[in-house]
Design a binder for this molecule. Sequence first.
Ligand SMILES: [Fe+2]
Ligand SMILES: [Fe+2]
Length: 159
Amino acid sequence: MRVNHVGEVCAQGLYNAQALTTSDPALRSQMLRAAEEETDHLRWTRDRLDSLGARPSLLNPLWYGGAFTLGLLAGRMGDAWSLGFVRETERQVEAHLDGHLDRLPPADVASRAVVERMKADEAAHAAWAQEAGARPLPPGVSTLMRMAARVMTTVAYRI
Ligand SMILES: [Fe+2]
Ligand SMILES: [Fe+2]
């Protein structure tokens, strides 16, 4: 759940940066709307951590800064690439949450409910980005993103 919480911290950084970098007002408000839903996710995962007696990642300021920088970079590539980055990110998060559901104990109904709801929201974010004109990312970029996510999840699991 700490890893999921870090993911939502990153989502804040990404969407806020990408809302800042687009010059299209409609796209900006959609980015901010997605960021708002990510704020719900942030709260739900934090609440679960608290009830489980676990702490959030100590590196959260770092995760946020890294994600914000990545969001700025994606945003500066233009809206189609920026949306492509959103779609790929959300798909990878959805796959991660799916894997987490497989590992979560069936008895932890509260955590399962949070993860299931977030998974549905992330899928909707990917679908929205697709409709808004996401450009498919080169396979090398998706692989790099997956590798970066693996480093993040491994570190955040512990620290
Ligand atoms: Fe989320
Ligand atoms: Fe999302």
